[in-house]
Ligand binder design. Sequence first.
Ligand code: LMR
Length: 396
Amino acid sequence: MFESLKAFPTDPILGISAAYAADASTDKVDVGVGVYRDETGQTPVMKAVRLATARVAAAETTKSYLPTSGNAGFNRAITELVLGLSHPAVVEGRAVTLQTPGGCGALRLAADLVHLVAPLSPVALSAPTWPNHPALLGGAGLTTVAYPYYDAVSRTLRFDAMLAFLETLPPGAVLLLQPSCHNPTGADLAPAQWEELIALVKRRSLLPLLDLAYQGLGEGLEADVHWLRRMTAEVPECLVTVSCSKNFGLYRERTGAVIYVGRSPVETQAVHTNLMMLARRMYSMPPDHGAALVATIWADAELRAAWQQELDGMRERLARLRRELATALAASLPGQEYSFIAAQRGMFSLLGLAPGVVEALRRDHHVYCAPDSRINIAGLSGIGIERLVAALVRLT
Ligand code: LMR
C-alpha cells in the first residue's frame, strides 16, 4: 500500500539536533532547537518540577483514565496563569481550558475546531514564523497564508505592511499571533501596535489564535500576557494555545492547553464539548504526568515561588546573554549592526544570514543554528558566544 511514499525530508528544527549529535567536534555549538540551556549546556529539570515529581509519585493511587479534558487542577492553573482570575471571560464563565498533548496538540485541536465549522477560513501566519505552524495547521486541512511581519535584512518589524495585508483578509479568517517572544525573530509588537492590531481584528471580525509558548521568558509572567489578556477581553471570540515546554521545562512530557473565550457561557460550553469530541477522536485524552506536576506546583505556595524564582533567573540569563552577544559582535564586527539582539526578548533572534553562510557555519565552524539563521540564545552558554562571533567574523 505504501510503496508510493518517498522518504520525507528531515524536520528543519529537530533535524539540527540529530546533525549536532552526529558531529564529533569538541568545539561544536548548538543554537538550534528551542530548549533552555544552563551554563553547562544542559536543559535542566527545574527544582520545583523535581520536588513535585516526588510528591505526585508518593500521592498517586491510580493510573486510571483522565477525562478527555485532562487534569482539572492543571486546567484551573493554566486559566489563572494565562488569563488571570479577574479576566471578564473567566468571571462570566465564558472561558474554558482543555489540557492537550503539548502546545502542538493544542494547535492541532484549535485547527480541527476551526476546520469543523469553517474549513475554508484561511489562517494567516507571520512571515517568518515557526516552521511547524504551517505544517500543523495545514495538516489539519486549513489553508495558510503569510502576512508580512519582519524584515530579516533591516531587522525591523513590517507593521504597516502587516496591517495592510490583514485588511484584505475576509471576516472569520484566523489570525495567528505570538503574544511574546516571537519565534523565530525575537521581535514583538510595541504597545501602540498591539492597540492598533486589536482595533483591526475587531473591525475586520478576524478570529485571533494566540500561540503562547514562552510565557515568563520575555518580560515576566504577567507582562508576557498583558496584550493576550487585552485581546481576549476585547474580541468576541478567541483561541489561545499554551505550551508548558519552556517555562516549566516539561518538553518531553507534552504538557499544553487550548483555551477558548466566547461570547456567552452557553456558546463556550458548546465549544468545550466539541473540543472534547475532537480530542476523543484523535488521542482520547492527554497524558497526565506533566499536567499533574504543573497542578501540584501551582497549588503549593512554596513550590510556586521556587518555580517563579528559577524562571526569573532563566529570563534574566537570556537577557544577559543577549547583551553579551551584542557587545561581542559590536567589538568584532564594527561595520555591522547587531544591537537588535540585545533589544529583543525570549529565546530566539534571527541573524539574517544567507543559507550558504548558515551551511558554512555548520560545516566549517560546527555552529548549528536553524536553516533560517535563527539562533537559540540559551545555547550560547560557556564559550558559545566566542565561537559564534569568531565564526561570523570569518564568514560575513
Ligand atoms: C523550536 O522552535 O525550536 C521549538 O519550539 C522546538 C520545536 O518543536 O520546533
